[in-house]
Ligand binder design. Structure first.
Ligand SMILES: *Cc1c(COP(=O)(O)O)cnc(C)c1O
Length: 409
């Protein structure tokens, strides 16, 4: 069945008259007998104690597993909860992890701060260079962590090539599919062992839930669940219910964002005030061929650089009327942010450039607005930036720094 159909039917139960599931706002269930209590308490159960599982959580896991083509899933309190719990379950002191230089900020902090404190060694590689993964793998490597397209530079990882290298050596692969979603690629089918999502983003899609999920073979998910009962990143039943409600419309929302983003990216790429647009759907993207081979749509996320650098970028963002200045993505409302602003208190401009994030980079995440309105808004803001540049720059004092604390977009 097609993904859109699975989202509507994967959890259909002929014995159930209600079309929507109830919310099990319940912390613990009672047993009828000593025997039943023993069986509730052994292995993975949805009706024992909420830290071990909950029927509302199980329902979300069932539909997400169908969407990703995975056997099983484990929903968590946040995307970072899914990443941390998985890492704690699969690696320990003395083990080695290979990951990408360009990954979600929270994941990079985990790999560069928490992992070394636990005795886990990490090597970061250029995701666009398949051979770099091969070179980084050593005898103690237990896990390869991937993210494609990466945020905010929209670089791609060749999933089939990298997972083949890991599989040859018996190493597990763990990939973040938050940006593309299963609408644009199903990573289990491409060879990934474990797929995670920040459910906070497109999966729930309505800017009202914080949640995460990890999906894969049942045996692996059961191992991660065991650690999860100790780590305690537990999703609440109402959040699980809201996330499932949003998930029902994932296919149509992401297909719409794909189409809108393609039109927006094309408009930006042709605008004289824009130096560069990073979007895998543009033929100018250095990995466009891989995008066409690996993806069925190119997503709602892009980044761009203006000719005027960081000051022009901030004036541009200020001039936009529709997208909100926010760190999230994949929701109903478009968002815009200057990624370097999230780190500029800690890093110098040179350090930011070394991390591959130019100071003037603007990240634009398309929502569900009309492409006509979004493009008209962009056109107005870009025209204002150009007019500003042609007149005196003296009028512009120091910029408002209120956006600096939006870490880990
Ligand atoms: C937001 C995000 C995360 C972290 O998810 P939270 O739900 O915020 O914990 C991980 N990966 C990507 C790509 C994200 O965008």
């Amino acid at each position: 069945m097609d993904l859109a159909t699975l989202l509507a039917h994967a959890d259909a139960d002929p014995a159930e008259a209600a079309l929507a599931p109830p919310i099990y706002q319940v912390a613990n269930f009672a047993a009828e007998s000593a025997d039943e209590f023993t069986s509730m308490n052994s292995g993975r159960h949805d009706r024992f104690y909420r830290r071990f599982g909950n029927p509302s959580q199980a329902r979300l896991e069932q539909v997400m597993a169908a969407a990703e083509g995975a056997e099983a899933g484990l929903a968590t309190a946040s995307g970072m909860g899914a990443v941390t719990t998985t890492l704690l379950a699969l690696v320990g002191a003395g083990d080695h992890v290979v990951a990408q230089q360009s990954m979600y900020g929270g994941t990079l902090s985990l790999l560069q701060d928490l992992a070394p404190r636990l005795g886990i060694e990490v090597t970061l590689v250029d995701q666009t260079d398949v051979a770099a993964f091969e070179r980084a793998i050593g005898p103690r490597t237990k896990l390869v962590m991937l993210e494609t397209p990466s945020n905010p530079l929209l670089r791609l990882t060749d999933i089939q090539a990298v997972t083949a290298i890991a599989q040859d050596r018996g190493i597990l692969t763990f990939a973040d599919n938050t940006v593309a979603t299963p609408v644009n690629h199903r990573l289990v089918e491409l060879g990934v062992d474990l797929v995670m999502h920040s459910v906070t983003k497109a999966v729930s899609g309505h800017a009202d839930v914080l949640a995460g999920i990890v999906l894969g073979r049942r045996e692996l998910i059961d191992r991660i669940w065991r650690t999860h009962t100790m780590a305690g990143s537990v999703i609440g039943p109402f959040d699980a219910w809201l996330a499932l409600r949003g998930l029902r419309t994932l296919a149509m929302r992401v297909q719409r964002q794909n189409a809108t983003a393609q039109a927006v990216a094309r408009f930006l790429a042709e605008h004289p005030a824009v130096r560069q647009v990073n979007y895998p759907g543009l033929a100018s993207h250095p990995q466009h061929d891989l995008a066409v081979r690996q993806m069925t749509g190119f997503g709602g996320l892009m980044s761009l650089e203006l000719r005027g650098g960081a000051p022009a970028a901030e004036r541009f963002i200020d001039g936009l009327g529709l997208p909100v200045r926010s760190s999230s993505l994949g929701g109903f409302r478009s968002t815009v942010v200057r990624p370097a602003a999230m780190w500029e208190q800690e890093l110098t401009e040179q350090q930011l450039a070394a991390a591959g994030v130019p100071a003037g980079l603007v990240r634009y995440a398309v929502g569900l607005e009309s492409e006509v309105d979004l493009i008209a808004d962009l056109d107005r803001a870009l025209a204002a930036v150009r007019t500003d540049e042609m007149s005196s720059s003296v009028r512009h004092g120091p910029r408002d720094q209120s956006n600096v604390s939006t870490k880990n977009a």
